[in-house]
Ligand binder design. Structure first.
Ligand SMILES: *[C@@H]1O[C@H](CO)[C@@H](O)[C@H](O)[C@H]1NC(C)=O
Ligand SMILES: *[C@@H]1O[C@H](CO)[C@@H](O)[C@H](O)[C@H]1NC(C)=O
Ligand SMILES: *[C@@H]1O[C@H](CO)[C@@H](O)[C@H](O)[C@H]1NC(C)=O
Ligand SMILES: *[C@@H]1O[C@H](CO)[C@@H](O)[C@H](O)[C@H]1NC(C)=O
Ligand SMILES: *[C@@H]1O[C@H](CO)[C@@H](O)[C@H](O)[C@H]1NC(C)=O
Ligand SMILES: *[C@@H]1O[C@H](CO)[C@@H](O)[C@H](O)[C@H]1NC(C)=O
Ligand SMILES: *[C@@H]1O[C@H](CO)[C@@H](O)[C@H](O)[C@H]1NC(C)=O
Ligand SMILES: *[C@@H]1O[C@H](CO)[C@@H](O)[C@H](O)[C@H]1NC(C)=O
Length: 853
C-alpha cells in the first residue's frame, strides 16, 4: 500500500508519540495551588523528575493536556485529560485551579471548559494539584496530603501504570478501562478498549466498539490473577481486589530499577513495555492478541489483512480505496475502504445495463459473520448473492454456502506458501473489470457472469419495506421497485409482523383499492429457487398453469403457481387472487407468501403443502392411499374446510365467495390439515349483500349450485352447496360428477335415495372400515344433504354448519330433495375444457364455463 518508510516493528506498534512539549524545561515544581494556572508554556515535573505534566500538540494542531515520562529521548504520553475536546488556541488556553477546588481547562474565547475535574462539592482552599512520581496527577488537600479528591489514575486513557487500578467502581458503576488512541498521533478515543468484563465474570477483555470481544484473559483466580503471567512473574506483583466498593486489578514493580507500563495500542493490541537502559527506549516484552490478525476489524470494512506484510498489514480489497480519514492519518483503518465504482444494483436496477461480477480471491481466511446455508449448492449461492444488493461476497465449499451482508470484516489474505485458505468471490461493478487486469495480489481473475435482473413489467404486488415498494391502486402501477431475492427471504420472520392488522374490517373493505402488502420477488431468484423451473421441481399442472416446488437457501420449501400466458386467468384474476389472499389469514386457508411479475410471467408463491391435495387420496384407485384418510382425518378435513369457509363468509361485513370449492382445491399440510386454496375465482360481495349476479360463470361441474350454473346467481349459499358435495364425496370416497353414468349429480341422487330408504350407511367409503360411531356418520350425511338442497334459502349457512358439526346432540332438520340436475338435464360436459391433471397436487383442474347470457 503506502510509501511510508516506518520500520516494520514500529508501525502500529508503539505509542510513538512525536511528543512536542511546547515548553521544554521549567522548574516551576510539581504543584498548582488554588488560584494558580498553567499556560501553554508551563509544565509541572514530579519530585523525582519521573513524570511531567504539560500541553502537547496532536494532529491538525489540536492541543491536549497530558502527562508523560520525563527525561526520556522518546516522549511517551501516559495520560490525556481532554482527549475528546482538543484545545485550539495556544495563546489563550490555561489549566486553572479554581477557588472551589476544581481543575478546569479553558480558552478565553469560550465560556464552557474543555475539560474539568467536575467535582460537585467545594474543596478547602488548601487544595492543590500535584503530579506525583508514579505518574498519578492528583487533586489533594495540601494540609493533609493523604486526602485525595480526584486522581488521574481513576480516569485512565490508554496506558496502565504500576499502581493504577483496572476494574470497576461498584458504587457509580463506572468502568476504569483503557481506551486506545484513534491513531498513533491522535489521542481521541479509538475503537478498542480493555477492562474488566462488565457482565461480572472476573476476566479482563479486549473489545472492539465497546461491544465485540476479541480477546480475554480467561476467568482468573483472584489470588494469582495476572496479565502476562509467564513473562513478568519475577518483575511484577499483581493483586486483584474485590470488595463492596470496587473490583480492580493493580500491579507493582518489584525492582525499582526497571520501568514497566501496559499500553493499549491504536491497533487493538495490548502490550507490556519495559524500559531498559541498553538501547534507551521501550521494548515490547509481551502482547495480546499475539498476532494482529486476531484483532477485530483491524483493517475496517473491505480492508484485507495481509499476512505477509512488510510495513503495513492492511490494504484495501481489489476495487476498493481508502476512506479518507479526517486527519489523513496513516494507521487509522477504522473507516475501512469504500468501492471505487458503485454496483449496478446500488444505482437502480437498470442503471447502465452493465452487470456486476464476482472476482475470485483465492487463499483467504474468510470474513466473520457470514450467513450460512449448509444445503445450498454453488450456483444458487452465487445467485443469491448477486440478487441481493446488500451482499458483497459469497463463498462456497463442501459444507455449503456462505453469504455476507454489509461490509466485510476481518478478511485475511494468507501468504502464498500457506494453501490453507479458502476462496471468496467478491462482487464488483462492471467498471472494475478493466482495472483488475493489473492485479496486485497475483490472483486469478475469474469473472462469473450471471443473468442480469429483470425487465420492466407490470406489477400488482406491493412490498412496503426498507427494500422497496410498489404501489397498486385498482391495478395501476405507480412505481417500479427493486424486486427482492426469494432465496434469502425468511418468511417466518419477515412476514410475521406484516399481517397482524389484516383481520381488521377496515383493511378488508378496501381490498383491491387499498394498498396490499406482499413481497415481490425477482424472476431470477424465483427461477433459481426452482432450478430453472426444472421438471423434477414440477408438482403438477393446475387449471391456469404449472405448479413448481421451490427451495430457499435455508431449506424452506415453497410452492409456486405459474400462471401461463394463455391461461384463462388474466391479469384481473391474478390481481384478485393476490390482493385477496394477501389479506386472508386463517389456518384453513393456504397462505400466499408473495408473487413475481416479470418477464411476462405471473407467479404466485404459496406455502408448500407436502401432502398435496385431497383428491389425490380421496379418489385414488389405490386403497392404500385412500386408507390414509381414516375417519378421524376425514372429520378433521370436513371441520377444517367448514371453518375456513366460515372465515371467508363471515370474517367481515364483506363476504368472500370462493366459487370453486372442490377436493383438488383442498390442500393438505404435513399433518393432513386441510387448507383451502385457489382464490382465482373468488368474489367479494358488499356489506349486506348475500348474493350477486354474473354473466361470466366460472366453476367446476359437479360442485356448482344449480342457481349459479344456470342463472349466474352466486352467493354464500352456492359455496355451501359446493361444501355439501365435498362433504358427501369425503364420506363416500366417490366423485359426484361421473358417478353412476354421466349425471352431474349422480352422487347426490344416490345419497338421497339411500337416505330416504334409511340405508345411508351404505354410502360410506368402504376403506374407512367400520365407522367409530354410526350416528356421527349419519349426522355428517344429514348435514351434507342439507347443504345441497335445491333452494338456496333452505341450505344452512356455514355458521349453522359449524355449529351442527360441533354440537353433536342437537337434532338436525330433515333435508329436502337435493338439486339433481343443472339446466334441464342436457349435458354440458362436452363444452367444458378439462385440463387433464388427475395427479396434480396444487390447484388442480378448474373447468371454466363461459356463458354469455
Ligand atoms: C482558607 O480558609 C480559612 C478558613 O476556612 C481562612 O482562615 C484562610 O485565611 C484561608 N486561606 C486563604 C489563603 O485564603
Ligand atoms: C459501534 O456501535 C454503535 C452502537 O453501539 C453503532 O451505532 C456503530 O455503528 C458501531 N460502529 C461500527 C463501526 O460498527
Ligand atoms: C505484592 O503486593 C501486595 C499488595 O500490594 C503485597 O502485600 C505483597 O507483599 C507483594 N508481594 C511481593 C512479593 O512483593
Ligand atoms: C534490580 O535490577 C538490577 C538491574 O536490573 C539488578 O542489578 C538488581 O540486582 C535488582 N535488584 C533486585 C532486588 O532484584
Ligand atoms: C521502590 O520505590 C518506592 C517509591 O517509589 C519505595 O517506596 C520503595 O521502597 C522502593 N523499593 C525498592 C525495592 O527499592
Ligand atoms: C528502540 O529499540 C529498538 C530495538 O529494540 C531499535 O531498533 C530502535 O531504533 C530504538 N528506537 C530508538 C528511538 O532508539
Ligand atoms: C512472504 O512470502 C514469501 C513467499 O511468498 C516468503 O518467501 C517470505 O518468507 C514471506 N515473508 C514473511 C515475512 O513471511
Ligand atoms: C449512478 O451512479 C453514478 C455515479 O456514481 C451517478 O452519477 C448517478 O447519478 C447514479 N444514477 C442513479 C440513477 O442513481
Amino acid at each position: 500500500m503506502g510509501t511510508d518508510t516506518t520500520p516494520p516493528q514500529l508501525f502500529f506498534l508503539l505509542v510513538v508519540v512525536l511528543f512536542h512539549c511546547i515548553a521544554c524545561f521549567s522548574d516551576a515544581g510539581d504543584t498548582i495551588s488554588v488560584g494558580q494556572s498553567l499556560s501553554v508554556d508551563d509544565t509541572r515535573i514530579s519530585k523525582g523528575s519521573k513524570f511531567e505534566l504539560g500541553f502537547f500538540t496532536g494532529p491538525a494542531s489540536k492541543i491536549f493536556l497530558g502527562s508523560c515520562h520525563k527525561n526520556f529521548d522518546v516522549k511517551d504520553i501516559v495520560w490525556v485529560a481532554n482527549r475528546e475536546n482538543p484545545l485550539s488556541d495556544p495563546s489563550s488556553l490555561s489549566l486553572q485551579l479554581l477557588d472551589d477546588g476544581n481543575l478546569v481547562l479553558l480558552e478565553s474565547s469560550s465560556e464552557t471548559p474543555f475539560w474539568s475535574t467536575n467535582l460537585m462539592y467545594t474543596l478547602p482552599n488548601s487544595t492543590e494539584a500535584v503530579i506525583l512520581d508514579d505518574g498519578n496527577f492528583v487533586l489533594r488537600d495540601g494540609s493533609n496530603p493523604s486526602t485525595i479528591f480526584w486522581e488521574s489514575f481513576d480516569h485512565p486513557t490508554n496506558v496502565w501504570l504500576p499502581g493504577a487500578k483496572l476494574g470497576i467502581d461498584k458504587i457509580t458503576g463506572k468502568a476504569k478501562q483503557f481506551v486506545s488512541w484513534k491513531s498513533s498521533e491522535d489521542p481521541a478515543p479509538g475503537m478498542y478498549s480493555f477492562g474488566l468484563d462488565p457482565s461480572g465474570s472476573s476476566q479482563f477483555i479486549l473489545q472492539w466498539n465497546r461491544s465485540q470481544v476479541y480477546w480475554s484473559t480467561g476467568v482468573g483466580n483472584e489470588k494469582s490473577f495476572s496479565l502476562a503471567p509467564d513473562m513478568v512473574i519475577n518483575d511484577l506483583n499483581f493483586s486483584f481486589v474485590s470488595d463492596e466498593k470496587e473490583s480492580y486489578l493493580t500491579y507493582s514493580v518489584r525492582n525499582n530499577s526497571s520501568r514497566f507500563m501496559f499500553v493499549l495500542e491504536p491497533s487493538g493490541q495490548i502490550q507490556l513495555l519495559t524500559w531498559s537502559d541498553g538501547p534507551w527506549n521501550w521494548t515490547e516484552t509481551w502482547s495480546r492478541p499475539e498476532s494482529l490478525s486476531e484483532v477485530y476489524a483491524l483493517c475496517g470494512k473491505f480492508g484485507v489483512y495481509q499476512e505477509n506484510f512488510s510495513n503495513n498489514p492492511c490494504a484495501c480489497l481489489e476495487g476498493f480505496e481508502r476512506l479518507p480519514t479526517e486527519d489523513n492519518v496513516q494507521d487509522d483503518w477504522s473507516g475501512g475502504c469504500v468501492r471505487k465504482s458503485p454496483l449496478q444494483c446500488e444505482n437502480g436496477t437498470h442503471a447502465n445495463g452493465k452487470k456486476d461480477w464476482f472476482l475470485k480471491i483465492p487463499n483467504v481466511r474468510l470474513p466473520i459473520n457470514p450467513k450460512a446455508y449448509p444445503a445450498a449448492n454453488a450456483k444458487r449461492c452465487e445467485f443469491a448473492c448477486m440478487n441481493g444488493c446488500s451482499c458483497p461476497a459469497y463463498a462456497h465449499d463442501s459444507s455449503g454456502c456462505m453469504i455476507w451482508e454489509g461490509g466485510l470484516l476481518n478478511l485475511q489474505q494468507l501468504s502464498d506458501g500457506r494453501e490453507t485458505g479458502q476462496d471468496i468471490y467478491l462482487r464488483l461493478a462492471a467498471d472494475e473489470r478493466q482495472s483488475t487486469k493489473r492485479n496486485r495480489w497475483k490472483v486469478w481473475l475469474v469473472a462469473v457472469l450471471v443473468p442480469a435482473t429483470g425487465l420492466i413489467s407490470l406489477c400488482l404486488c406491493i412490498y412496503f419495506s426498507r427494500k422497496g415498494k410498489l404501489k397498486v391502486q385498482g391495478g395501476e402501477v405507480q412505481e417500479k421497485a427493486t424486486s427482492i431475492d426469494i432465496l434469502l427471504f425468511d418468511f417466518n420472520t419477515e412476514l410475521s409482523g406484516m399481517n397482524d392488522a389484516s383481520y381488521s374490517e377496515d383493511n378488508v373493505r378496501r381490498i383491491g383499492t387499498k394498498d396490499v402488502e406482499l413481497p415481490l420477488f425477482s424472476y431470477e431468484s424465483v427461477s433459481a429457487a426452482t432450478n430453472n423451473f426444472s421438471t423434477e421441481n414440477k408438482l403438477g399442472r393446475g387449471g391456469f398453469g404449472p405448479v413448481y416446488k421451490g427451495e430457499l437457501l435455508n431449506g424452506e420449501e415453497i410452492a409456486m403457481k405459474m400462471l401461463s400466458k394463455r391461461s384463462g386467468q388474466g391479469l384481473e384474476e391474478f390481481r384478485n387472487e393476490a390482493t385477496l389472499i394477501a389479506k386472508l389469514q386463517h389456518r384453513n386457508l393456504v397462505r400466499l407468501l408473495g408473487c413475481c411479475i416479470e418477464h411476462d410471467e405471473k407467479i404466485l408463491i404459496y406455502e408448500y403443502m407436502p401432502n398435496k391435495s385431497l383428491d389425490f387420496y380421496l379418489f385414488d384407485a389405490d386403497p392404500i392411499k385412500k386408507k390414509m384418510l381414516d375417519w378421524g382425518t376425514r372429520m378433521r378435513i370436513i371441520e377444517g374446510v367448514a371453518q375456513g369457509l366460515l372465515y371467508l363468509h363471515q370474517y367481515s361485513r364483506l363476504r368472500i365467495i370462493h366459487r370453486d370449492l372442490k377436493p383438488s382445491n383442498i390442500l393438505l399440510d404435513g399433518e393432513m390439515n386441510p387448507k383451502i386454496s385457489d382464490f382465482g375465482m373468488a368474489r367479494i360481495v358488499g356489506d349486506n349483500a348475500t348474493h350477486a349476479d354474473t354473466n361470466r360463470i366460472v366453476g367446476t361441474y359437479g360442485y356448482m349450485a344449480p342457481e349459479y350454473a344456470m342463472e349466474g346467481r352466486y352467493s354464500i349459499k352456492s359455496d355451501v352447496f359446493s361444501f355439501g358435495v365435498l362433504l358427501l364425496e369425503i364420506v363416500s370416497g366417490k366423485k359426484n360428477k361421473g358417478f353412476n353414468s354421466n349425471e352431474s349429480f349422480g352422487l347426490l341422487i344416490y345419497a338421497w335415495e339411500l337416505w330416504r330408504e334409511d340405508r345411508s350407511l351404505e354410502l360410506m367409503d368402504l376403506t374407512i372400515g367400520y365407522p367409530p360411531s354410526t350416528s356421527e356418520m349419519l349426522r355428517f350425511i344429514n348435514i351434507g344433504l342439507l347443504c345441497v338442497q335445491e333452494k338456496p334459502a333452505d341450505r344452512p349457512t356455514m355458521s349453522d354448519v359449524v355449529s351442527m358439526i360441533s354440537n353433536q346432540h342437537t337434532p338436525l332438520p330433515v333435508p329436502k330433495q337435493p338439486a339433481f340436475t343443472i339446466g334441464g338435464g342436457s349435458s354440458t360436459d362436452t363444452n367444458s375444457t378439462t385440463s387433464s391433471a388427475e395427479n396434480c397436487s396444487i390447484n388442480d383442474v378448474t373447468v371454466s364455463i363461459m356463458e354469455a347470457r
